[in-house]
Design a protein around this ligand. Structure first.
Ligand code: GLY
Length: 356
């Protein structure tokens, strides 16, 4: 098992290794979560797969488990679900001295994190990601939230977990589509900070369970370093947004039928082609990115035009006044934040889509 320490305003460990959920009671008590009352928050899909097993293991080790299950899907990442969870915690008389375990993918982590940050003005949070995307990205760094009608994650807070438990046995059971979702974020990490990871990802396969620990650890080190430098996303942490400005617009254009990972793959291709067209990136960036995406069968062609995407990307929640901070590659393994006027978005997207 690998232990990676995240040095945010509160320091915490991410444990990465096989069979951690099978032994979750021992893992938690060894990490200082003494047996007692706790809430397990999960969604209906994960509950069906792991709910019984995790509850039994926890109860075996003396935990008094209150299990809160909500329906699975991005459509349930709402105020209504958050309210349901908060009412559940209150009815179960969860106290500040107890803790919440969020078991699931990004939606579960975001809702459990938001609930933990506001319930009783903060109760300790442990996250156990069950998707590759949550393992390499969303479970670390303290961002949480719910979607509003105007966009994704429009309401939320920064609230760091006390521990993250990343079970690679669970991750090696993901189907091809779920695996590809996480791979897109791993390729992103390679593009922004680690050329070797970018090369290594070409041979990363879900059937080879031993490959998970080094790849996830590499991503967590990159993310941990950015979070330590810029926990509240005012500067360098923005690099993690590579490909995401067009990706969020693509997801919305498709009515969320194009998944986040596929949209990020398209978004990274758009930003890379645009940066090369504008003479700001080495052409090697396109080759390295496309080789990695192709190895995992990820679509790079975006079905929408620059005008459609620009209309939605203008509303980016990270926009500051008239400035949108793009993330562009310079060489494989290095990106930079590149502020532009919002009116320039169309020309960037048109260059990235080959319309210019
Ligand atoms: N997922 C991007 C971030 O944590 O900043």
């Amino acid at each position: 098992m690998k232990r990676i320490t995240i040095n945010a305003s509160t320091e915490y460990d991410v444990l990465v290794g096989p069979d951690l959920l099978k032994n979750i009671g021992t893992v938690l008590s060894e990490a200082g979560f003494a047996p007692g009352r706790m809430a397990l928050i999960t969604d209906s899909t994960v509950d069906e797969l792991y709910g019984e097993q995790v509850c039994a293991e926890l109860k075996n080790d003396g935990y008094e488990v209150y299990r809160c299950v909500f329906p699975a899907g991005e459509g349930y990442k709402t105020w209504t679900t958050l309210g349901y969870i908060l009412d559940y915690l209150a009815a179960a008389e969860i106290r500040r001295s107890d803790f919440i375990l969020g078991l699931g993918g990004g939606v579960v982590g975001d809702l459990a994190g938001f609930a933990a940050s506001v319930y009783l003005r903060g109760v300790p949070l442990v996250l156990a990601p069950t998707t590759l995307l949550a393992a390499v990205d969303s479970s670390v760094g303290g961002k949480n939230g719910v979607n509003l009608g105007t966009g994704k994650n429009m309401a939320g807070s920064f609230y760091q977990p006390r521990l993250v438990v990343c079970d690679t046995t669970v991750l090696s059971r993901l189907n091809a589509a779920q695996f590809a979702e996480g791979v897109a974020e791993i390729i992103k990490c390679g593009m922004i900070a680690d050329e070797k990871l970018l090369a290594r990802i070409v041979d990363f396969r879900r059937s080879r369970a031993t490959g998970f620990v080094p790849v996830i650890s590499a991503c967590l080190r990159i993310k941990g370093d950015l979070v330590a430098r810029d926990e509240f996303d005012r500067g360098d942490r923005h690099l993690l947004n590579f490909g995401h400005t067009p990706a969020h617009a693509i997801e919305r254009c498709s009515g969320y039928r194009i998944s986040h990972g596929q949209a990020v793959a398209m978004g990274m291709s758009i930003m890379t082609r645009a940066a090369i067209a504008k003479g700001l990136a080495d052409s090697e960036c396109a080759l390295a990115l496309h080789t990695a995406l192709l190895a995992h069968g990820m679509a790079q062609r975006c079905p929408y035009g620059a005008a459609e995407l620009a209309a939605l990307a203008r509303m980016d929640k990270k926009r500051q006044g008239d400035i949108v901070r793009l993330v562009i590659p310079e060489i494989p393994g290095r990106c930079r934040v590149y502020p532009i006027e919002v009116g320039e978005l169309y020309s960037w997207l048109a260059a990235g889509l080959g319309e210019a």
